[in-house]
Ligand binder design. Structure first.
Ligand SMILES: Nc1ncnc2c1ncn2[C@@H]1O[C@H](COP(=O)(O)OP(=O)(O)O)[C@@H](O)[C@H]1O
Ligand SMILES: Nc1ccn([C@H]2C[C@H](O)[C@@H](COP(=O)(O)OP(=O)(O)O)O2)c(=O)n1
Length: 243
C-alpha cells in the first residue's frame, strides 16, 4: 500500500487522517455488496450501513399500512413521517421502522419484488439520501456504506469508492443459491435482472463515475474481494498503520 499524499507528511511517514474513514460501495443485485461490506467493516472496525435495507423497510411499511405504491405522494408522506432505526454493527445488523423490527421481513420475496416501486420514488430517495448522509456524518469511528448511489450521490467524497460488479449469470446463480433451489428461476431472474433494470432508471450503478474503482467479483472469493477493498484504503486511515 502506498503512502497517501498529505500536506505535511513525509514519504514513509504519512500524517494520520483526522476525519473518519468512509468506504462507499455500489453495484447491482447479487454482486456481493452486503457480504463484502460487512466483511470490510468487521475487518477494519467500522460501522456498516445497508442503504438497501432502508428502501426495503420503507416498502415493508407502505405495504403494511396498505398504501398504494403507485401513489408517489402518499408513499413519500408515509416515509417522511417514519422513524427508521438501523443497528450499524456489521455482526448484528437490525432494522426497525415505526417500532416494528423488520430485519427478517424486509428480505421476503414480496418486499424484493415491490421495492423498486419505492426506490424509484424521487421524493422517497431525497428523504432517505438525507438520512444516509446524516448517518455517515455521525459515524465518528468510520463506516462502510453500500447501495446503488453511494459513490455518486450519498458519499461522493469518500476516500474509498468501489463499484462492485459480477457477470449476470454469476449474480443470478448466487441469488438462487441464497434463496434456495425451491424458488423458481423466473422469480430469481425477477429479483436480479428485472429489478436492476428498474432501479437503474434512477441510480447509475452500471458505470463507474470518475475516480471510482471497478472490482469484478465473478471469479473472486468473498475474502479476496474484502482483501481488494481493504487494499484501497489510504495509509493515513489504515488501522494497521495507525497502531
Ligand atoms: N465473491 C463471492 N463469491 C461467491 N459468492 C458470493 C460472493 N460475494 C457474495 N456472494 C454470495 O452471493 C449472494 C449475494 O451476495 P450479497 O452480498 O447479498 O449481494 P448484494 O448485496 O450485492 O445483493 C450471497 O449469498 C453471498 O454470500
Ligand atoms: N442506495 C440504494 C440502495 C438500494 N436501492 C434499491 C435497489 C434495490 O432494488 C432495493 C434493495 O436494495 P438491496 O441492496 O437490498 O438489494 P440487493 O440485496 O442488492 O438485491 O433498494 C437504491 O435504489 N439505492
Amino acid at each position: 500500500m502506498s503512502d497517501s499524499p498529505s500536506p505535511s507528511g513525509t514519504p514513509g511517514h504519512p500524517v494520520l487522517s483526522s476525519t473518519p474513514l468512509v468506504v462507499a460501495i455500489d453495484g447491482p443485485s447479487g454482486s456481493g455488496k452486503s457480504s463484502t461490506s460487512r466483511g470490510v467493516a468487521a475487518r477494519l472496525g467500522l460501522a456498516y450501513l445497508d442503504t438497501g435495507a432502508m428502501y426495503r423497510a420503507a416498502t415493508w411499511l407502505a405495504v403494511h399500512e396498505g398504501v398504494d405504491l403507485a401513489d408517489v405522494d402518499a408513499v413519500a408522506d408515509l416515509v417522511a413521517r417514519a422513524q427508521l432505526v438501523l443497528e450499524l454493527a456489521p455482526e448484528h445488523h437490525s432494522v426497525t421502522i415505526d417500532g416494528h423490527d423488520v430485519t427478517t421481513a424486509i428480505r421476503d420475496p414480496d418486499v424484493s419484488a415491490a421495492v423498486s416501486a419505492v426506490a424509484t420514488n424521487l421524493a422517497v430517495r431525497a428523504d432517505l439520501v438525507a438520512r444516509q448522509k446524516q448517518v455517515i456524518a455521525e459515524a465518528t469511528g468510520g463506516i462502510v456504506a453500500e447501495g446503488r448511489d453511494i459513490t455518486t450521490v450519498v458519499a461522493p467524497e469518500a476516500p474509498v469508492r468501489v463499484l462492485l460488479v459480477a457477470d449476470a449469470s454469476a449474480r443470478v446463480a448466487r441469488r438462487h443459491a441464497e434463496l434456495g433451489e425451491h424458488v423458481d428461476a423466473e422469480a430469481v431472474h425477477d429479483q436480479v435482472v428485472r429489478r436492476d433494470r428498474d432501479d437503474s432508471t434512477v441510480a447509475a450503478f452500471h458505470d463507474a463515475a470518475p475516480g471510482v474503482t471497478v472490482l469484478d467479483s465473478t471469479e473472486l472469493t468473498l475474502e479476496q474481494v474484502v482483501d481488494a477493498i481493504c487494499a484501497l484504503v489510504p495509509a493515513a486511515y489504515d488501522p494497521a498503520v495507525a497502531r
